[in-house]
Design a protein around this ligand. Structure first.
Ligand SMILES: Cc1cc2nc3c(=O)[nH]c(=O)nc-3n(C[C@H](O)[C@H](O)[C@H](O)COP(=O)(O)O)c2cc1C
Length: 174
């Protein structure tokens, strides 16, 4: 049984690459990757904690695969479960819809009773509007592979330092 399930959506592969980079930062057997295009929410029931990652597509929209996946979900999949989220976007190309899908997904998971962790400072990004902001902070790690790929390693490292103990702590079953 996977301890941590990392569920991701992707269009052009960036989010899958980040998912693989995250996996490398965990021990063998601690984390399993699931592409939401091929998985069902029932797979979440076997995971003790979750990471959910998504790009924003269209004009501030969820990828179709993630929209379909979320539609199949109810509280039995995530209620009380610790979840850390990350989102990919393009702050130069989409400054008024920057990483909106992260915010849309967050809202849905929160409504289903998830315990969301892993908020991230909005400092160092330039954009006008984002649905991923709550009280001035992003609701999860924000990565911009189109304009700030050189900052991704550092951001990932710092964020994982923050969320890893909480995610692994949530997997202790005694
Ligand atoms: C058609 C299209 C629409 C996009 N719309 C948005 C958007 O509304 N907001 C945003 O922040 N990024 C947007 N992006 C940027 C992607 O989120 C970004 O390139 C991301 O790294 C893609 O991840 P993926 O390779 O996993 O699909 C868009 C990209 C494409 C190709």
């Amino acid at each position: 049984m996977a301890k941590i399930g990392l569920f991701y959506a992707t269009d052009t592969g960036n989010t899958r690459k980040i998912a693989k980079r995250i996996k490398k930062q965990f021990e063998e057997g601690e984390i399993e990757l699931f592409d939401v295009a091929k998985a069902t929410p029932d797979a979440m029931k076997d995971c003790e904690a979750l990471i959910v990652g998504t790009p924003t597509l269209g004009d501030g929209e969820l990828p179709d695969t993630l929209a379909a996946f979320l539609e199949q979900m109810d509280s039995s999949h995530v209620s009380g479960k610790t979840i850390a989220m990350f989102g990919l976007g393009d702050q130069v190309g989409y400054p008024t819809e920057f990483v909106d899908a992260l915010g849309i997904t967050y809202k849905k998971l929160k409504k289903l009773g998830a315990n969301l962790i892993g908020g991230w400072s909005a400092e160092g990004y330039e954009f006008e509007k984002s649905k991923a902001l709550r009280d001035g902070e992003f609701v999860g790690l924000v990565l911009d592979q189109d304009n700030q790929a050189d900052q991704t390693n550092e951001r990932l490292e710092e964020w994982l330092e923050q969320v890893k103990p909480e995610l692994l702590g949530a997997t202790v079953t005694g």
